[in-house]
Ligand binder design. Structure first.
Ligand code: THU
Length: 161
């Protein structure tokens, strides 16, 4: 038996003032767009903002449904929008934030497992890492250099050849 270890580095910032101007601007947009989420069931509003390689910024929010499993996370709404509007342009960074009356939005959230799988597909398809900037409406922020770091042992298209 051999023991293997999976490690990855991530950055921790105390608040938005410590981010680069580009990351801060993206997180501001993710925070602002939480107001447009459709989350009447969970009341957990999620906002996501993607920076494209051409400099354009696109936004997404979670869209829930009375049939709960039909709901879609903000990140996957955004990936679908980006791929539809710009099928040839990579996403270089995505900021994710949330807002809810139930708890203070003062810590980072990270993408759910399904979104991690979708982000990985997008990185592979566009041959470009997606820098993730994860925060709440205030407080600490986590940054990872590539979404794939959040999904070790991922199932990929290589298995399907
Ligand atoms: N949600 C997202 O939009 N993104 C995430 O990364 C985690 C969860 C949404 C799904 C659902 O509408 C609500 O948050 C509560 O789970």
């Amino acid at each position: 038996m051999k023991q293997h270890t999976y490690e990855f580095a991530y950055e921790v910032y105390d608040d938005i003032t410590q981010l680069t101007p580009s990351d801060a601007a993206l997180l501001e947009q993710a925070r602002a767009v939480t107001a447009k989420a459709y989350a009447p069931y969970s009341k957990f509003n999620v906002g996501a903002a993607a920076l494209l390689a051409n400099g354009e910024i696109l936004l997404g929010t979670n869209q829930e449904n009375a049939s709960y499993p039909v709901g879609i996370c903000a990140e996957r709404v955004l990936l679908g929008t980006a791929a539809t509007l710009h099928p040839d342009i990579a996403i270089t960074a995505m900021a994710i934030s949330f807002n809810t009356a139930k708890e203070k939005s003062n810590h980072p959230i990270s993408p759910c497992g399904m979104c991690r799988q979708s982000l990985l597909e997008y990185e592979t398809r566009f041959k470009h890492p997606i820098r993730l900037i994860m925060g709440g409406m205030e407080g600490a922020i986590h940054v990872v250099k590539a979404a794939r770091q959040l999904l070790p042992f991922a199932f990929t298209s290589e298995e399907l050849i």
